[in-house]
Design a protein around this ligand. Sequence first.
Ligand code: ADP
Ligand code: MG
Length: 317
Amino acid sequence: MIYLNIDSIQKTYRKGDFVLKNFSLKIPKGKIISLVGESGSGKSTLLRIIAGLENRDSGEIFLENTRILNPKENLVPGFEEIQLVFQEYHLYPKSTVEQNISRPLLLFEKEYRKARVEKLLNLLGLEIHRDKLPKELSGGQQQKVAIGRALSLEPQVLLLDEPFSSLDTIQRRELIAELKTMFDQLGVTVIFVTHDLDDALLMTDHLVIIQKGKLIQQGGAKEIFEKPKNLYAAKLFSHLNPIPDKTRTYIRPSDVQLFKTSGIPAKIMERKYLVHYNQLTVKLPGGEQWLIEDKKRIFEVGERVFLKWNASSEIKF
Ligand code: ADP
Ligand code: MG
């Protein structure tokens, strides 16, 4: 059943210049999706519109049967049921972790407030930090507090706008895994915005790809990886090598096999030692430069290597 219905949203900041173009997306209750797209593709604008914090030019947003009002239609813009979390934490610097999380609950009964804050501190593993000030926490812990605060009002929808971009890779991966478990437990519907596909996939398998304000493709990661709609969607996953003499046909570096004696000859121009393989830049007979993966780390710069791949791995547009 559709829970959050984003229907034909159009948005311009300057006349004629569409930031969102006929953008529609339907999300079932409790689903976590990742919205992925390059910087400037309209992700933040879309989230602000869903949260009722930005006016749309046309189109509608419904949360179940409730129409989300534009700020210009609403005395106090925004909805309790839909909370937005940004990259910057915006915590109250002079309030403790516990106070920061309970702040939105000031008007609620003391008993309820206490129970809710305890639950969130527990779910987020922040009990031992409850009396600390934000500056005494790591970036990851501060972001957890911000998410705890956003969850305090029991929102049905959580919108995360690149919330982990300021964290280092290890912190980020741990936090994403932890939060994913928590979101599943709470049954909250989540739109996770990122430009990093690895982050997106750690959170959920369900991707929505946005390019220049348009929804390009949505579905499971495997499906999009194997059958990307366009070059932009394909390149989110990896570099693509254009196949000579075949127009608009590409092969991923990970799908190219390396041999010492037979295949398409190529000369190794450059070698980079990466975490899982050596990345080689090679020159094909026609002069094209390709990136390939030497997983065994056996080839040297200047050497010749022979390339093969399965025709079924070729990506055509
Ligand atoms: P993303 O979050 O994907 O990077 P944004 O939604 O922030 O994309 O921006 C999409 C486009 O809209 C960009 O070209 C940006 O410059 C423009 N834009 C965003 N916010 C405003 C604003 N308040 N006023 C004018 N232009 C804006
Ligand atoms: Mg943004």
